[in-house]
Write a protein that binds this ligand. Structure first.
Ligand code: SAH
Ligand code: SF4
Ligand code: F3S
Length: 449
């Protein structure tokens, strides 16, 4: 029987890229990718533990598969992996309440999936393999990209920052940087394969320190300079940068590296220095605002987005108002807002002054109103401008329009056609709303020389 698989991915771009790797690994072994979960006989969930609702969504979806597993038995395989599996209590829950799950693996052993499936089919026994964090980075794994012309590229793994609310350092382990040669080789190959935009991934790209075979170290801005030279590559983006490590060199790189998109995601998390300290963010409100000033003096039209947590333990109304005022001051192009969610095993789990749910929600709604109003105003300022857009393909509205991103990473919808995908287009902006722009093509560059 043909073995077909389907992967459901929760969480961030790290997970998205891990799933691309899992797809690559399975295709290489002759498995085929199914259109949807129902038509697959191997179903894989790549999980996220960053907030409680991600956990809940996973268990909810997993539970729906029990009936099918009971009916089809050995002919239907259920695998789970990702960040949640690096938490012992989750694996214990799975063993106790979902004993019919066939394969469980973690974030440090993606490459073992084909082997685990082989073992399952040979030994007829469920496979649980979670590796602890380790120094070694497995290089050279295949990946099946979601998009033809843009690619996610890990430059580092893990996180050493231990923000007091966050589970990621526990699920992804300590910070490890890939060698610059490996990154360059991968990106050159991608560019040869038609990729025009790369998104460099790391929990804190500013602390990238790649070690070469001769022992020399490359920091993040030096890596960006090296990547400028890759032929065929048009745009370089990165995600995420931690304010405490945002160097003057990196700010300067926005001026010196023409391929670097004029956009930065700079999570602030809170506007009150008191809360920031309790979060262990290691910068103050004032230091953050100074960074924003520096970025804007170097690149006046740089777009800035952020992440904000509402209702961290001990957040007072005054603290929260400081967050609102900071948003008014910075005027973010966009902001991802989250309700604080207690994570088992983090320091903030034990903070006594947890905020009542209704207070969190009330503050959250007030914050969303402010950030959305500002996003809409920022987008409206693009009306009448002509922007260079990398065409991504058909938009998500399903109305036949195409979409792409400006240099500042704004989403633009426009009338296009399939052969434009991956091309650079000059688009006159004719409409704007909170989350996107609309426009008309006034010029097109195919990139073929
Ligand atoms: N490394 C990235 C963030 C990864 S997690 C960085 O530091 O910027 C993505 C976002 O999820 C965080 O920026 C934070 O805003 C949010 N987040 C993390 N833990 C959370 C929690 N326990 N409750 C609510 N939001 C959380
Ligand atoms: Fe989590 Fe902080 Fe690390 Fe980001 S920097 S992943 S928020 S611990
Ligand atoms: Fe990402 Fe979620 Fe893991 S945000 S790193 S997939 S906990």
């Amino acid at each position: 029987m043909e073995k077909s698989f389907h992967i459901t991915t929760f969480g961030c771009q790290m997970n998205e890229h891990d799933s691309e790797t899992l797809v690559g690994l399975l295709l290489e072994k002759g498995y085929v990718q199914a259109e949807d979960r129902n038509s697959a006989n191997i179903v894989i969930f790549n999980t996220c533990s960053v907030r409680e609702n991600a956990d809940k969504r996973f268990f909810g979806t997993l539970g729906q598969l029990k009936k099918r597993k009971m009916e089809e038995g050995e002919n239907f395989t259920v695998c789970v992996c990702g960040c949640m599996m690096q938490q012992q209590h989750v694996v214990d829950t799975l063993k106790a309440k979902y004993p019919w799950v066939d394969v469980i693996f973690g974030t440090h052993n993606l490459h073992q999936l084909p082997q685990l499936l082989d073992n399952l089919y040979k030994e007829k026994e469920k496979q649980i393999s979670i590796l602890p964090d380790r120094e070694e980075i497995v290089e050279g794994l295949p990946a099946k990209r979601l998009y033809h012309h843009k690619a996610l590229v890990n430059i580092m793994y893990g996180c050493n920052n231990f923000c007091t609310y966050c589970i990621v350092p526990y699920t992804r382990g300590r910070e490890k940087s890939r060698a610059p040669e490996e990154i360059l080789r991968e990106i050159r190959n991608l560019a040869d394969d038609g990729v025009r935009e790369v998104m460099l991934l790391g929990q804190n790209v500013n602390s990238y320190r790649g070690k070469s075979a001769d022992g020399s170290l490359t920091d993040f801005s030096a890596l960006l300079h090296q990547l400028q030279e890759v032929k065929g590559l048009e745009r370089i983006r990165f995600m995420t940068s931690h304010p405490k490590d945002l160097s003057d060199d990196l700010i300067q790189a926005f001026r010196d590296c023409p391929k670097l998109g004029k956009y930065i995601h700079l999570p602030v998390q809170a506007g009150s220095s008191r809360v920031l300290e309790r979060m262990n963010r290691r910068y103050s409100r004032e230091q953050y605002l100074k960074l924003v000033d520096k970025l804007r003096s170097a690149v006046p039209d740089i777009a800035i987005s952020t992440d904000i947590i509402v209702g961290f333990p001990g957040e007072t109304e005054e603290d929260f108002e400081e967050t609102l005022r900071l948003c008014e001051e910075v005027r973010y192009d966009s902001a991802f807002t989250f309700l604080y969610s207690v994570r088992k095993g983090t320091p903030a789990e034990h903070y006594e002054d947890q905020i009542p749910e209704e207070v969190k929600h009330e503050r959250f709604n007030r914050l969303v109103e402010v950030v959305n109003r500002i996003s809409a105003e920022k987008n409206a300022a693009y009306l009448g401008r002509t922007e260079r857009v990398l065409v991504e393909g058909p938009g998500k509205n399903g109305d036949g329009t195409f979409c792409g991103r400006t240099e500042s990473y704004k989403l633009v919808n426009f009338a296009g056609s399939p052969e434009m995908t991956g091309c650079l287009a000059d688009i006159k902006i004719t409409g704007s709303n909170t989350f996107s722009l609309t426009g008309e093509i006034v010029g097109l560059e195919t990139g073929e020389e």
